[in-house]
Design a protein around this ligand. Sequence first.
Ligand code: NDP
Length: 435
Amino acid sequence: MGSESNMVHSPMVTYASMLSLLTLCPPFVILLWYTMVHADGSVLQTFDYLRQHGLQGFRDIWPKPTATAWKIIACYAAFEAALQLWLPGKRVVGPISPTGNQPVYKANGVAAYAVTLITYLGLWWFGIFNPTIVYDHLGEIFSALIFGSFIFCILLYIKGLVAPSSTDSGSSGNIIIDFYWGMELYPRIGKNFDIKVFTNCRFGMMSWAVLAVTYCIKQYETYGKVSDSMLVNTMLMLVYVTKFFWWEAGYWNTMDIAHDRAGFYICWGCLVWVPSVYTSPGMYLVNHPVDLGMQLALYILVAGILCIYINYDCDRQRQEFRRTNGKALVWGKAPSKIHAEYTTTSGETKSSLLLTSGWWGLSRHFHYVPEISAAFFWTLPALFNHILPYFYVVFLTILLFDRAKRDDDRCRSKYGKYWKLYCEKVPYRIIPGIY
Ligand code: NDP
């Protein structure tokens, strides 16, 4: 039998990866924005500019976080926090944590998502606020997010140190790892305001939908129409984010929430990396209105929706299987499964079910295949004139291959011989027959 430790930090978290994220990511976000918005999406053009102007040139293109940028961020964050706190929703419990806690949530994500998009479009429609202002201040907004999120992560570290919300917290003894990986698994303000739900879902994922709509409106206001490439991109991203909020309570059972602590790694990622990098194919399309033609546009749209559906169905299948204690049919048949046991940090023996049929019988992380393919399909409308719009697809592939390994390592140490049995039954990690 294996054991589940109250992991203070992941073995994958090396100083090298910490330092690269801490130092390389913020400049990358700015260079990505600059290239998409001011250098025609051409990496070569940006590279040429930097070669000619050096470090001073880089300083010149880094926008200062203006008052307008801070105001936009503050209004958006306050609005989302208010919706999270006050919109009604069903009571949902998360998985039991390594120290035996079970977080309780209010599942009001779909309502928050609908209210956000309706309000945003309403503000535009009635001439109260024009979303093109967001696009026109995008560099300043990203710049403000870079600095603001850094301060937010410092506050989160201090909170974990002096006022942790639960026993799922603690220090590794190394301040840099604690800052990077986080002090708390479930930090909260008061009893009800869950900080990770706010950063990951209501700020990060919501900003993806809001920015996708912003890019569409900007293209419409600039060119007088929205190209079919932009429409396909926006629709696929919105289907994806809608799926996310539809399944948000399920997300609270995933690694991001149930295993990864609230530190720089995840919070900065959700507050800065998601709004900038995840939305970047749409950012590129604003000034590159490609006409795909009805047939190609439809093919890409259908292929993308299919991938999003399969990804959703993989997650649904696993969670339905666990929720019904292995009783739900999988692809019309009784599921094949492993009864696994593990010990918690307090020494208690617990059991879990591992599904070994359906999507989870094809490979141990098959759900990452449609996830990556969907990202490819919403980028495809940009065609292949520039490589940069595909950055997210490449990044996601690396992220998910690393995540699959991280998750396998964690499950191996949690379930021991039972995980070994699963690996014998389902030998491939991600791509059936290949890897
Ligand atoms: P999940 O948390 O959904 O799945 C992994 C966990 O499920 C394991 O830690 C284990 O947890 C349990 N598990 C593993 N194998 C089985 C099995 N055979 N039967 C039952 N339970 C099992 O993974 P992710 O958080 O990585 O993914 C969730 C979703 O988020 C996916 O759709 C993914 O594509 C998406 N995602 C998107 C990202 C993006 O940036 N776009 C990044 C990461 C994920 P336990 O300890 O409970 O046994």
